[in-house]
Design a protein around this ligand. Structure first.
Ligand SMILES: Cc1ncc(C[n+]2csc(CCOP(=O)(O)OP(=O)(O)O)c2C)c(N)n1
Ligand SMILES: [Mg+2]
Length: 309
């Protein structure tokens, strides 16, 4: 969690210095979900995420160098600099994005799980998405097919209460997302997304069920983003008090306190971890800065068009 938090804080500085450009969505405040949930998936499994995916990529094992170089638009980035912040991909870790389209990852996850089934592979696909996805048709089609075909997908919904500036309660008649999921005949439950151990336990239970052949499973993580939707929004849709209230439940600091109280990680060890993380990020930034810009001839590579007869 510390690594993800500090990585993104550095990204903010780099964005202000115009070294990172384009859209950038921060995960700050939600780290317990990626860290807790990813612990339940193995290297053979697949992971699908959204445009708020820096944390998922890092926790999955995409190197800080490859992620930072991608943010800088360098060829050494995990998507050859073609993707940037919203499109981190890495086949080596079976990290299938990074998806700018709300709910766009769900059909991809169902397809991956179907491919695994057809290939006789005993693997699970973990699919992260925001609660805004439940308003999309792709969410319902994906949930239905996954359940109908008993596909090994773990649907991991990060409910941070807002989809850009739209509060869930202003856009959905049913705000209990587990009820929506359960209507597709799959096990579904909610968990405190600010508690990393609770997130891990919930994800382990879900992945366990899916791996045992029970079909798909849905977990709603109740969490909160501490920053604007993207790099800037006027935040007129929520009060400062609400943000401050959630910040008292900061998953990183509450867990650090818990570790301190248990005598596991004290101030000296925290300092050592901070230094270790800072060194890794410094190295990633240096790597990205020294990276190569894509040659102009390559710009239209992987851009497809229909041939005109
Ligand atoms: C299909 C589609 N519609 C609209 C948008 C514009 N858009 C970008 S992010 C976003 C909000 C999504 O919110 P949520 O799924 O809750 O994820 P969060 O940003 O809270 O992590 C919207 C509507 C989009 N990217 N794709
Ligand atoms: Mg949201």
């Amino acid at each position: 969690m510390l690594r993800v938090r500090r990585f993104e804080e550095r990204c903010v500085e780099l964005y202000s210095a115009a070294l990172i450009r384009g859209f950038m969505h921060l995960y700050i405040g939600e780290e317990a979900v990626a860290v807790g949930a990813m612990d339940a998936v193995g290297p053979e499994d697949a992971v699908v995420s959204t445009y708020r995916e820096h944390g998922h990529a890092l926790v999955r094992g995409v190197s800080a160098r490859a992620v930072m170089a991608e943010m800088f638009g360098r060829v050494e980035g995990c998507s050859r600099g073609h993707g940037g912040s919203m499109h981190l991909f890495d086949t080596a870790t079976r990290f299938y994005g990074g998806n700018a389209i709300v709910a766009g990852g769900l059909p991809v996850a169902v397809g991956l799980a179907l491919a695994d089934r057809l290939a006789g592979q005993d693997r699970v696909t973990a699919c992260f998405f925001g609660e805004g996805a439940v308003a999309e048709g792709a969410f319902h089609e994906s949930m239905n097919l996954a359940a109908l075909w008993h596909l090994p997908v773990v649907f991991l919904c990060e409910n941070n209460l807002y989809a850009m500036g739209t509060a869930l309660r202003r856009s959905e008649s049913q705000t209990d997302l587990t009820v929506k999921a359960a209507s597709y005949a799959m096990p579904a439950w909610a968990v405190d997304g600010m508690d990393v151990l609770a997130c891990r336990a919930a994800a382990r239970r879900a992945v366990g069920l899916v791996r045992a052949g029970a079909g798909p499973c849905f977990v709603e993580f109740r969490t909160y983003r501490f920053r604007a939707h993207s790099m800037y929004d006027p935040e007129l849709y929520r009060s400062k008090e609400e943000v401050e209230r959630w910040k008292t439940r900061d998953p990183l600091e509450t867990f650090a306190r818990r570790l301190g109280d248990a005598g596991l990680i004290g101030p000296a060890e925290r300092e050592r971890l901070e230094a270790e993380v800072a060194a890794e990020i410094d190295d990633a930034v240096a790597f990205a800065e020294a990276g190569t810009l894509e040659p102009v001839e390559d710009l239209t590579r992987q851009v497809y068009r229909r041939a005109v007869p």
